[in-house]
Design a protein around this ligand. Structure first.
Ligand code: ADP
Ligand code: MN
Ligand code: MN
Ligand code: MN
Length: 344
């Protein structure tokens, strides 16, 4: 038996974007055979996280996913759902009520900025670096080679050792902007991994004195301004069993009609302030239009060439979700829309 360090993490009651919270519980156990079922229920003071009034402040934490934490001896991160004292889901608990389908696969591309002292990492004090161009997938100290490289590498290892399906990293278009991709089967499973990956990123950056900015458009400027920097998205690549195995042009067109019909419902859960990012520029479609196109990065939904070449089978990329969106809500909304289209 060893003393295990369990970091219980949960989403707080802040809106429009929930924050991550965490606290440590020490339990005795065998780190090699410890499982989710071994994690006890726990609780916290909801009055300090906008989840309860001070007079009745207890909230419960129900463990739902377990991730080994290689940054800590005998450490684990425990993803939890927040429950009310009677055991029902707290209103902030988006995970409890979403639509799930274990055969639906999701790949999220999380973009974000590193920030230091109120500005993107690498911005000179009070000014701007060279315009966008060399940063995307760049190499070399002036482009990307600051401490960011160390953090993204550490984050990658933390995720892989935690069993998270981290699928890749790239430096993004703006200075100080990066991306990683997370893949998962099932909306809850994939979104659990994404929230845990966000948690590990925030933690990895702490010790360097660096923050992670998830806002979709932290740097604003006129659209024709050379200093109008890219915003951050969280493209959602998705496929259902039917899309992967049956597909077909007719089904695809009906699916796109449904996505067009539910445009507003999608935008409502695709992250706040998305009108600042979905402008029709910077490889986006404007927020009030729906379009799809083969290989089209200016469309709402990009249809991979492989999809068309494979008789309209495979996955699609919804390019509208943004960097601070809730992956539970996004994946669920996509499944809800798909569910309205008959598959026979
Ligand atoms: P790009 O930057 O060209 O848009 P990325 O390589 O960053 O693409 O991301 C593509 C994502 O698509 C990856 O996260 C990957 O896991 C995901 N993906 C690939 N195949 C499928 C599939 N069949 N269903 C769902 N997601 C998929
Ligand atoms: Mn990408
Ligand atoms: Mn990207
Ligand atoms: Mn993409």
């Amino acid at each position: 038996m060893a003393k295990l360090k369990l970091e219980y993490i949960w989403l707080d009651g802040y809106t429009p974007v929930a924050g991550l919270r965490g606290k440590t519980k020490i339990v005795e156990g065998d780190p090699d055979s410890f499982t989710l079922e071994d994690c006890p229920m726990w609780g916290f003071d909801g009055s300090s996280t906008k989840q309860a009034e001070g007079s009745a402040s207890d909230c419960l934490l129900k463990p739902v996913a377990l991730f080994p934490d290689s940054s800590r001896k005998n450490g684990f991160v425990v993803m939890t759902e927040v429950l009310l004292p009677d055991g029902s889901p707290h209103p902030s608990n988006t995970r409890a009520t979403i639509m799930d389908d274990p055969d639906a696969w999701f790949g999220f591309e999380q973009e974000y900025f590193f920030y230091q002292d109120g500005a993107p990492l690498g911005f000179p004090e009070g000014g701007f670096p060279a315009p966008q161009g060399p940063y995307y997938t760049g190499v070399g100290y002036s482009s990307v080679g600051d401490v960011a490289r160390q953090i993204v590498e550490e984050h990658l290892d933390l995720c892989l050792e935690a069993g998270i399906n981290h699928e890749g990293i790239n430096a993004e278009v703006a200075k100080g902007q990066w991306e990683f991709q997370i893949f998962g089967k099932g909306s809850k499973n994939c979104a659990d991994q994404m929230w845990a990956a966000r948690y590990f990123l925030l933690r990895a950056a702490e010790k360097y004195g660096i923050d992670v900015e998830f806002h979709c458009k932290p740097l604003r400027g006129a659209y024709d301004d050379p200093l109008d920097w890219n915003g951050s998205g969280m493209h959602c690549n998705f496929s259902t069993k039917h899309l992967r195995e049956v597909g077909g042009e007719d089904y695809f067109k009906k699916l796109m009609d449904a996505f067009s019909k539910y445009r507003e419902e999608h935008i409502a859960v695709y992250g706040p302030d998305n009108h600042l990012r979905l402008t029709g520029l910077h490889e986006t479609q404007s927020i009030d239009q729906f379009s799809y196109g083969v290989g089209d990065r200016g469309a709402s939904i990009r249809v991979p060439h492989s999809f068309v070449n494979n008789d309209y089978k495979g996955y699609l990329e919804d390019r509208r979700p943004n960097s601070s969106g809730d992956p539970y809500a996004i994946a669920s909304r996509i499944l809800q829309t798909i569910d309205t289209v008959p598959t026979e």
